[in-house]
Design a protein around this ligand. Structure first.
Ligand SMILES: NC(=O)c1ccc[n+]([C@@H]2O[C@H](COP(=O)([O-])OP(=O)(O)OC[C@H]3O[C@@H](n4cnc5c(N)ncnc54)[C@H](OP(=O)(O)O)[C@@H]3O)[C@@H](O)[C@H]2O)c1
Length: 227
């Protein structure tokens, strides 16, 4: 039985990762911003009994992350940084909502480091930090718009590649995964793959990731992703 910690576990890919890990008998710390409103997660908690532990965590707030991490009493084998938001998506050539920009940078770029820092004391050699990035982080992405989202995910990749170098001697593996274009609230119903397919791929990729590959960027199906 592995111990996994998942942010954004109340819906979307995070919820499905929670279900699949519990299904295979892993213990899951399911971090979510609003435990009271998460009916789907509560149904899973009932189904898998003591395997899923819901813990309130707003990844954008230092105190909330520290408070949640203090409730983790096990060594963590895999941390999935999943929580995310899209922010402004139309071209911003005349004006921008800078409050929205700050929120996107906080949630997509700073929060994965914040959560990692809080849980690092619970990680031993062999532990893994799997960050859900995006194909929009790649420099070859051929479309406009999504300035804040693309910049934040590109920043996440760049930052985590440095984190990977700094953690290598401790034996902690860092990965960047594009989870596919997924039918969630974020991806919409017209997206290419289901949350089940995405989470299944992400789990397999995370499971196979070695220390030699730390800091790499991959797709949910295991293919290398160009930077
Ligand atoms: N869907 C796609 O096609 C796609 C493609 C590439 C990358 N991704 C990435 O994959 C990850 C998951 O995406 P998704 O499709 O599952 O998105 P989603 O369905 O929109 O779910 C987003 C999740 O993030 C949580 N979240 C947002 N802000 C938070 C905060 N401050 N604190 C804690 N949790 C917060 C949400 O919680 P609440 O319910 O509290 O809002 C929700 O659980 C994201 O990082 C996203 O950028 C998704």
């Amino acid at each position: 039985m592995a111990v996994v910690a998942i942010t954004g576990a109340g819906r979307g890919i995070g919820l499905e990762l929670t279900r699949q890990h519990a299904e295979q008998g892993d213990k899951v710390y399911a971090f979510l911003r609003n435990p009271d409103g998460a009916e789907a997660l509560h149904a899973m908690v009932a189904q898998y009994q003591d395997l899923i532990i819901p813990v309130k965590m707003d990844v954008g707030v230092d105190a909330s992350v520290k408070e949640a991490a203090a409730q983790v009493t096990d060594k963590v084998d895999v941390l999935y940084n999943v929580a995310g938001n899209v922010g402004p998506f139309t071209p911003e050539l005349e004006k921008s909502d800078w409050t929205a920009w700050n929120d996107v940078l906080n949630i997509l770029l700073m929060a994965p480091l914040r959560v990692l820092q809080a849980l690092l004391p619970q990680m031993e050699p062999g532990a893994k930090v799997m960050n859900l990035s995006s194909q929009l982080a790649a420099s070859w992405w051929p479309y406009g718009g999504f300035y804040a989202y693309g910049a934040a995910k590109a920043g996440l990749n760049r930052m985590m590649r440095s984190v990977a170098i700094d953690l290598k001697d401790r034996g902690v593996v860092v990965g960047l995964i594009h989870p596919g274009y997924v039918q969630t609230d974020m991806g919409g119903p017209g997206a290419e793959i289901t949350p089940e397919e995405s989470a299944k791929g992400v789990r397999a990729v995370a499971d196979a990731w070695t220390l030699e590959e730390t800091g790499e960027f991959k797709r949910w199906n295991g293919e290398a992703h160009p930077l």
